[in-house]
Design a protein. Structure first.
Length: 230
């Protein structure tokens, strides 16, 4: 699970970041609302933790902009304010959950673990983009015809399909497909190898989607217009 933490209190930010990382989650840290918006536009996060009182843009302003872009990541708001009206404002802006400072670190980590379990349970076993269908359970990719995938290919393909059109960094793809416990002695160059495998298999099934390489080691799954080709 990948998490964005936006907290302007540096000591609090360091404590939260260290604790979240210790749980095995990947975490990016920013210290103002505009940086949170920028990171949300550039990366894919399962959960965003946004403090309300931040410089440049407040957490509420940042959240409104993030939701307006179509981003549906789970959002937890952190606030020192306990008034009901403040919580209503945040929830109306698109927040999913709230923690009022001071809060228990154990409670935050428990909520993240619960979210991690829920994300796994909600993940569909069948994904479809354009003419292409991915059966995750069977590790089968099909369009005009079908082809089997390895477990890593299937996981990478699912990640790309769930984030259609989004620019995903090589390091983010690596962290998703190879969790920390599996990544010993490996580096993110393996992503390039498996993307090559997937491109070949998309071509083999005459898919109407393709994997596009963008600047600075970023990749995106694109649906083709007109005749299927890769």
């Amino acid at each position: 699970m990948k998490i964005l933490l936006a907290e302007d209190e540096l000591q609090m930010s360091r404590v939260l970041s260290a604790s979240i990382s210790h749980e095995g989650y990947a975490v990016d840290v920013v210290h103002d609302g505009q940086a949170a918006v920028d990171m949300a536009n550039e990366n894919v996060y399962d959960v965003m933790i946004l403090d309300i009182m931040m410089p440049i843009k407040t957490g509420i302003e940042a959240l409104k902009e993030i939701r307006a872009s179509g981003n549906e990541s789970h959002v937890i708001m952190l606030t020192a304010m306990s008034e009901v009206e403040d919580k209503v404002t945040g929830l109306d802006a698109g927040a999913d959950d709230y923690l009022t400072k001071p809060f228990s670190l154990k409670e935050l980590l428990a909520r993240l673990r619960s979210m991690d379990r829920r994300l796994g349970a909600m993940s569909s076993n069948i994904l479809e983009v354009g003419s292409v269908q991915l059966n995750i359970g069977e590790q089968e990719l099909s369009a005009a015809n079908s082809i089997r995938l390895s477990s890593k290919e299937s996981k990478m393909m699912a990640y790309l399909m769930r984030n259609l059109g989004k620019s995903l960094s090589q390091s983010a793809i690596f962290a998703y497909v190879w969790p920390k416990e599996e990544a010993n002695g490996l580096d993110d160059s393996y992503v390039l190898l498996y993307l090559s495998y997937l491109r070949q298999k998309l071509q083999a099934i005459n898919a109407d989607i393709r994997i596009e390489e963008r600047d600075q080691a970023h990749f995106a799954l694109i649906q083709e217009e007109g005749d299927p080709h890769v």
